[in-house]
Design a protein around this ligand. Structure first.
Ligand code: GDP
Length: 424
């Protein structure tokens, strides 16, 4: 049985918490895309952790955590992260790394920085983790698969060629120090030594696991609106954030994914530039940011303040549809308990016409939110375990959003911990 946990929105919906929670009954958790550019924050009995590369199942000793072929693998960060959790008393997790995963090279990180600098005001607001240069090289077929680390002849030759082409750009476009092939080769040797105990033919491993009826969780990073095809291009990430891509990025058959749990936050937040129709500003935004998430809405990787907005039914309906949602997990609802009234974005007005269909970016830039205001519930809902025990206005809010997005909200998250969950 394969389940995917993915985001409906701009990311930071609380996928880490939901994955960590579902991992209790799973055997294998796979990261299938993205890299160390975004993070999941997880609160459990060992403490509070920000994971960037490791799947959110690493805190259980019965699970195997997998870095799938679709991931942008930063090997030193993976190892720092393993150390950071074992240092806090978490048992050494069982980790497998796909031999087909590609490696984020030190120069990908440099090129990411240099290009953002060069673009200045027109920059993408990248986290400068090397993700865009990494995926560019992957699809230009000049990336490095983990398996290539183990072929020294090939590696030497390839490093030489890489330095030749990259150095042209470094010298003439960016005016920065050049790459040294000997140094790069040495770095790759150190990566090989770090990763070698974990390397595995992941798709073969997962195929066997399927035959043994194991439960496999696919853990997505970011959300639908950051997908390079279906999101707010070009202000998107560089790998697909959709559950369908989970099959490719893990090496599983498409039809094996039986359940898609789409995580949808009860209000909106976004990082980086790009259209954000239900965005709010000033004191109203500051207060929601300060109260949001678990200790404020600030990036898990960069610490930068997130942009804030009201729940966007148009974006979430689209976000859930593209994911192929079977279940919606509606998260961070407890945060809204301070509001007398809660605005919700129910439509976009574009050139004088109102639509509930999420448009292409050029139209999105012109969209103005159509808001409907619902009454707040004015109390703390943390600790509540049964749906019926939620205040009536809170249930009305959930049911209103559910009707607008058109997919069943089967889980409501009312706090950051594993146990803060209400099943419907
Ligand atoms: P992810 O990348 O989708 O996993 O999301 P992040 O970890 O970046 O952001 C979610 C934040 O909200 C984290 O700080 C979580 O601990 C926190 N969180 C998750 N679910 C809830 C919830 O139901 N209530 C509250 N208050 N915080 C939550």
């Amino acid at each position: 049985m394969v389940k995917a946990v993915v985001g409906a929105n701009w990311g930071d919906e609380g996928k880490g918490k939901i994955t960590d929670m579902l991992a209790k009954d799973a055997d294998i958790i796979v990261r299938f895309q993205g890299g160390a550019n975004a993070g999941h924050t997880i609160v459990n009995n060992y403490g509070k952790f920000a994971l960037h590369t490791l799947p959110s199942g690493v805190f259980y000793d019965h699970t195997t955590s997998i870095i799938g072929n679709g991931v942008a693998l930063n090997i030193p960060i993976l190892f720092e992260e393993i150390k950071s959790i074992t240092d806090k008393g978490v048992p050494t997790p069982k980790i497998l790394v796909s031999d087909r995963a590609q490696i984020v090279m030190p120069y990908h990180i440099l090129f990411d920085q240099y290009e953002e600098e060069r673009l200045g005001k027109a920059s993408f607001g990248s986290t400068k983790s090397g993700i865009a240069p990494f995926y560019s090289d992957k699809y230009a077929k000049i990336g490095y698969q983990v398996s290539e680390l183990f072929d020294d002849e090939l590696l030497k030759e390839k490093v030489k060629r890489t330095c030749e082409t990259k150095n042209v750009l470094l010298e003439h476009l960016y005016h920065k120090p050049l790459l040294d092939p000997d140094e790069l080769l040495e770095t790759l040797h150190s990566y090989r030594d770090m990763v070698s105990p974990y390397v595995c033919d992941v798709s073969a491993y997962l195929w066997e696991a399927l035959k043994e009826n194991k439960t496999i969780l696919l853990e997505g990073q970011l959300g639908t609106l950051k997908d390079p095809d279906h999101g707010i291009y070009p202000m998107v990430t560089s790998s697909s954030t959709l559950a369908s891509y989970g099959a490719i990025g893990a090496g599983l058959p498409a039809k094996s994914i039986e359940q898609v749990i789409t995580v949808c936050k009860a209000y909106s937040s976004a990082v980086g530039a790009g259209a954000f129709v239900s965005e709010i500003f000033g004191d109203e935004a500051d207060e929601l940011r300060r109260r949001g998430g678990d200790g404020g809405e600030f990036g898990a990787t960069t610490g930068r303040p997130r942009r804030m907005g009201w729940f966007d039914c148009v974006a979430s309906k689209y976000g859930c549809r593209l994911q192929g949602t079977t279940d919606v997990a509606f998260t961070v609802l407890d945060v809204l308990g301070y509001l007398d009234e809660i605005p919700v974005c129910v439509g976009y007005e574009i050139d004088g016409e109102v639509t509930t269909d999420f448009p292409v970016t050029s139209k999105l830039e012109k969209a103005k939110p159509v808001l409907k205001t619902l009454p707040g519930w004015k109390c703390d809902i943390r600790g509540i375990k049964k749906y019926e025990d939620l205040p009536e206005n809170c249930r009305n809010y959930i049911e209103f959003c559910e009707k607008e997005i058109g997919f069943p909200i089967t889980m409501v998250s009312n706090g950051p911990s594993r146990d803060d969950i209400i099943y419907r």
